[in-house]
Design a protein around this ligand. Sequence first.
Ligand SMILES: [Zn+2]
Length: 246
Amino acid sequence: MARTIYGSDALPLDLLAIAAHPDDVEQTCGGTLLRAAEQGYRVGVLDLTAGEMGSRGTPDVRLREAAVAAELLMLAWRGNLGLPDARVEASWEAKCALAAVIRRLRPEVVILPYWEARHPDHYRASELGFEGCFLAGLRRLELGAEACRPSTVIYSASYAYIRPSFVVDITQQFERRMQALLAYRSQYADQPEASELFPTEEELRRRLEAVARFYGQMIGVEYGEPFVIKEVMRVDDVMKLGVPTF
Ligand SMILES: [Zn+2]
């Protein structure tokens, strides 16, 4: 059962991002989440693990930091599924646990990590997320809430090194996304512990800026976040594509 770490539990969401570790969404799609919240949508995040295998910080500290980041991202809800860090698997139990959360939150759109990644938890989170959404819609599967399935799944592709299907302009949200990431003080505040594994705060900022600028320039803005969809986007009015060719 997911543990609520921020916000109210009794609500339907418009948009839900699912990620393996606390602080993943802050690095990949946090600007898009914040922008959606500013547009009036109810936005949530489900972290699958508490990141207890990380070299820095304890699970309790990271959950508290995730709640602070949730507030900065204007989330309506953030929860943690409590799966074991570094051992995320698309097991039947994990899929049903995730499906039960989907049924409770009823998101219209779900953001998953891209399906190929260096970290096994990341690509397994993608698989688990997709299958959890699928199972949530099976009426005959007893999970204690009415069956429902998100209408659209999109994949966050910030570190996938592939051509995105579309990029969201996060120029206005970039700095606050940075602050949300830096809310994970146990991970990113400059400190001697595991300093060979972690970038300094200044280096972290430069890396995130470089990635966001790279995708931003694809759509002619300062900062962007990339996404991939498996389906083809439908267009009803070619005059409103909003794609600058020159
Ligand atoms: Zn991660």
